[in-house]
Write a protein that binds this ligand. Sequence first.
Ligand code: T3D
Length: 255
Amino acid sequence: TYETIQFAVADGVATLTLNRPQVMNALSSQMRREITEAVTNLPDEVRCLVLTGAGRGFCSGQDLTDRAAAADLEGTLRDEYEPMLRAIRACRVPVIAAVNGVAAGAGANLALAADVVIAAESASFIQAFTRIGLVPDAGGTFIIPRAVGAARALGMMLFAEPLGARQAADWGLIWEALPDEAFAQGVAARARQLAQGPTAAYRAIREAVQASTQNDMDAQLALEARLQGEAGRTADFIEGVTAFLEKRPARFSGR
Ligand code: T3D
């Protein structure tokens, strides 16, 4: 059992809720540890993971009450942030960040490490780091310029202003912004869709897209061929083709 997060599984969807609403779900050491542990040890039945926040915020980043001037920031990033971010990127199932409210600092970049980011229209993303004299971390300098280009990435990072969910979607930083009243239902529908999908193919797609940031075309073609070879040996591929020929929806088992 966890103290700083809630973790629940229903119908193949695991929901991990950051749960320190009195501080906008600021990340403490314990919370980082609990997130990493939960994401790494998903029960076998889980086929989609949703990250969200309790209360009116998603996550306000590093818990600043935890930060003495002498804190070892490099060590904290290496020992606590990196394992958490790697666990999300390497997760065996697709990860949705359901950004219910403000996502600031490492809290924004935690959300952006997910495969699909869905935000409530009232939510915003803040690269808050320069407000306290720091550098964007938690993968932000990797993910953001690739998503929106250097001009927008640098503007976000240097000005440290809130970027509204709608604009984040228009820029291609996130998948979509939903009206607040449609947010919970919209997230649930996407999570259900992924939890009922071809889990092995999803994993391969995520691997290919992650690798595309480093590979040239030849390497990427070779990777696609290998991953497609694997997908072609799954039960879900046989089911997908059978369902098509029988003119019915596919019932994917995730294997
Ligand atoms: O190891 C390392 O340190 C390096 C790693 C760094 C990674 C980072 O994430 S650095 C960036 C840290 N985060 C920030 O700088 C953001 C700080 N928070 C804010 O700018 C604002 O709180 C928000 C924009 C997130 C939300 O604003 P608002 O007006 O909606 O809410 P609020 O009133 O500011 O916050 C509500 C409460 O949460 C408040 O406490 P109170 O007054 O009710 O007792 C506030 O102090 C607390 N809170 C918000 N963010 C944090 C926090 N407490 C601790 N740490 C926080 N990050």
